[in-house]
Design a protein around this ligand. Structure first.
Ligand code: 5GP
Ligand code: MN
Ligand code: MN
Length: 332
């Protein structure tokens, strides 16, 4: 991120009458956490703002403990033609869902993100592919605006950092990430409460649904040039039997990807509308982001996804083909 881009972003924010914030659809901890932290910074600056996200305006259950959720506005009440819009964790404009139309009509769009696949769809780009989370970029912007970090702002940012680094497990976990985590924790955050809320709780019905998904997991050792692929499904019918909401099955991929015999892990999650939300992971030798882009989605080299409106069997076949074509790299 160049000094010029920081300067332009700060000038726009300071001069704007109202600032319109948006994060990507079906927000994760990084998208919602960075946006809510920034909303609190604007409140501290006495700057009027609107903050929202498109499509189904439902905060995922595991994120309902985030501070400042009351600062969100329904997307129906979002200005149609914002002066200044700021987007969080969205690699492309279409990731804003129904708010993509508002972004198209905005005079200025400041894009805060860390996806290397970012399409630079705005007018000012605070995009750092080296950052572990958008939350890290948001923390720097808040600091450059001269707003001191409160406990609640830090907690929102910490959730973004923890979720996008898989609890400081992924390769993006640099010394800078731990230094940032240290600054955030110093405001009084209790990390054990965050990890319990984000990773370590579920209703009892999760256990049989998980058992079903794991029981039908399929290992295909020959896929990806012999590096192997493991995949499974979590259907709407499985969840209905145990009244399990869709957003509680996001973590199934974290168990499936443990499989030693598979470089690539995939979970097809059927949502309440009957579409499949597909999570893909690699251990670092195959770029699953490329495969997901080819299937209309996106993401990072080791963690990516796409939405499927067709049959799982066809998508698995396409993934086999794509993974055969993608050049194997030795590290991510
Ligand atoms: P997850 O499997 O945790 O839902 O998503 C992993 C990563 O893949 C996310 O951080 C996001 O970057 C990307 N991703 C997931 N689903 C989609 C999708 O439908 N479209 C795009 N463009 N990216 C996705
Ligand atoms: Mn995200
Ligand atoms: Mn992110």
């Amino acid at each position: 991120i160049t000094a010029d881009e920081w300067a332009r972003a700060i000038a726009s924010i300071q001069e704007a009458q109202t600032i319109c914030l948006a994060c990507h659809v079906n927000p994760d901890g990084d998208a919602l956490g960075s946006m809510l932290a920034f909303a609190q910074a604007l409140r501290a600056m006495d700057k009027p703002f609107v903050a929202s996200f498109g499509d189904a305006f439902v905060v995922p259950r595991i994120l309902r403990f985030l501070p400042a959720l009351d600062l969100l506005t329904h997307p129906d009440d979002y200005p149609a033609e914002p002066d200044v819009m700021v987007t969080f964790d969205a690699a492309s404009r279409d990731r804003l869902g129904s708010l993509a139309a508002n972004a198209r009509k905005a005079d200025e769009v400041i894009v805060l993100d860390h996806h290397s696949s970012n399409t630079r769809f705005g007018t000012t780009h605070l995009v750092d592919p080296g950052a572990a989370a958008t939350a890290a970029v948001a923390e720097e912007l808040i600091g450059r605006l001269g707003v001191p970090l409160t406990h609640d702002m830090a907690l929102d940012l910490y959730v973004g950092l923890v979720t996008d680094t898989g609890s400081f497990k992924y390769a993006a976990t640099t010394p800078e990430v731990h230094a940032l985590a240290g600054r955030l924790l110093a405001t009084g955050i209790q990390p054990e409460i965050v990890s319990r809320e984000v990773w370590d709780r579920a209703p009892f019905g999760y256990l049989p649904v998980l058992a079903g998904a794991l029981g039908r997991a399929t290992l295909e050792p020959d896929v990806a040039g012999g590096l192997g692929m493991v995949w499974t499904t979590v259907t709407r019918a499985d969840r209905a039997e145990y009244d399990l909401p869709y957003d509680l099955i996001e973590g199934v991929i974290d168990i499936v990807r443990r499989t030693d015999e598979a470089e690539v892990a995939i979970v097809f999650k059927e949502d309440d509308e009957g579409a499949w939300q597909v999570s893909t992971r690699s251990k670092g030798r195959v770029d699953v982001g490329l495969a997901c882009v080819a299937l209309g989605g996106g993401g990072h080299p080791a963690a990516a996804g796409f939405t499927l409106h067709g049959e799982v069997g066809h998508a698995v076949e396409r993934l086999r083909e794509l993974l055969a074509e993608i050049e194997v790299v030795t590290r991510i």
